[in-house]
Design a protein around this ligand. Structure first.
Ligand SMILES: [Zn+2]
Length: 58
């Protein structure tokens, strides 16, 4: 099963979720409860480090 990386645009919470291709993408952030999750393609296995990784799409 593929692992998808998500990050919340509201609070910056990032996590990975095991989902099948047919599963609907997650929308609601488990941290802040806002529907601001963004699925990050192509970043499976990448370690997010430092700040500023999400700072350029505000
Ligand atoms: Zn959030």
């Amino acid at each position: 099963m593929p692992v998808y990386a998500y990050q919340c645009k509201n609070c910056g919470h990032a996590f990975e979720e095991h989902q099948s291709f047919s599963d609907a993408p997650l929308k609601t952030c488990p941290s802040c409860g806002e529907d601001q999750l963004r699925k990050k393609f192509g970043n499976v296995g990448v370690v997010f480090k430092g700040s500023g990784f999400y700072s350029n799409d505000k």
